[in-house]
Design a protein around this ligand. Structure first.
Ligand SMILES: [Zn+2]
Ligand SMILES: [Zn+2]
Length: 270
């Protein structure tokens, strides 16, 4: 939440659930399997998931209505998980983080334990718009051969956060930084080398992907509020120069490879 707020999203809402631990989840899964066996007319996905990964069935958008009376994970928690979940909720309250319990929320992977969550722009829900999603995976490090280590993690939809910033009118107004725009596979390596050289001087840098069109890469550069764009294609590489485009002034300069880093350093007084 701090990451999302830090990025400038003013309103976001946490949906959370607890899916228990290795002590209490097996009992829940048994209950769920028995319940699912009595359900007919579930979608093809769910039919195969029912035995392999029954928890995921709860995730199904198509069958959501049919499964509205499914047993809830929160009703099968062991005492330790129950206490943990209560503490999580009271901490969210303490930090004044808006949240709603979502008993059907699950994560598909087995290594998740206890808390799972999704963060949505306020008032919205439905998996397409989640800004971030994650949970605890206290068993994962052990599963990979390490010592038992409590862990928590999440995935963040950078594009979705940007979209949300745009929608909330909170995108920074000042253009700053350099967007690397490689055109064609041969441009990828030299462009990434230059990207890291620039990053090492402290310049904000992002990159497009060589298989994307110049138009869609430009669009991303624009949305990231970049000040410059460095265009690198086959011709540029062959002749050892780049096109430096100023996205604010809409001007374009041919700059030699040996001078580009210095020129941008001067511009940003680094
Ligand atoms: Zn438990
Ligand atoms: Zn389904």
């Amino acid at each position: 939440m701090a990451v999302i707020r830090g990025a400038g999203v003013k309103q976001a809402h946490v949906f959370l659930n607890s899916i228990g631990c290795s002590e209490c989840r097996p009992q829940y899964l048994e209950k769920l399997k028995t319940y699912l066996k009595g359900k007919s007319g579930l979608c093809e996905h769910c039919k195969s998931r029912m035995t392999k990964n029954p928890l995921r069935v709860l995730d199904c958008k198509e069958d959501a209505e049919k499964l509205s009376d499914a047993p809830r994970t929160v009703d099968s928690l062991c005492a330790a998980c129950k206490a943990h979940y209560a503490e999580v909720k009271s901490l969210l309250k303490m930090y004044v983080i808006p949240h709603t319990e979502q008993p059907r929320l699950v994560r598909g992977l087995d290594y998740y334990t206890r808390t799972v969550f999704e963060i949505y722009p306020s008032g919205k829900s439905g998996s397409q718009d989640a800004l971030a999603a994650g949970g605890r995976y206290d068993g994962l490090v052990e599963l990979l051969g390490g010592a038992p280590t409590p862990a928590v993690g999440f995935a963040l939809g950078v594009e979705r956060v940007l979209n949300e910033l745009e929608a909330q009118g909170a995108l920074p107004a000042v253009r700053r930084g350099v967007f690397m725009l490689p055109l064609g596979d041969s441009a990828f390596e030299p462009s990434q080398k230059l990207l890291w050289q620039l990053r090492e001087t402290g310049i904000r840098c992002e990159t497009g992907q060589p298989d994307q069109s110049i138009k869609s890469q430009m669009r991303l550069a624009d949305r990231l509020q970049m000040e410059f764009c460095i265009i690198m294609g086959e011709n540029e590489i062959k002749d050892n120069f780049v096109m430096l485009k100023n996205l604010e002034k809409q001007s374009q300069d041919k700059v030699s490879m040996s001078e580009i880093v210095g020129k941008l350093q001067d511009h940003y007084k680094l």
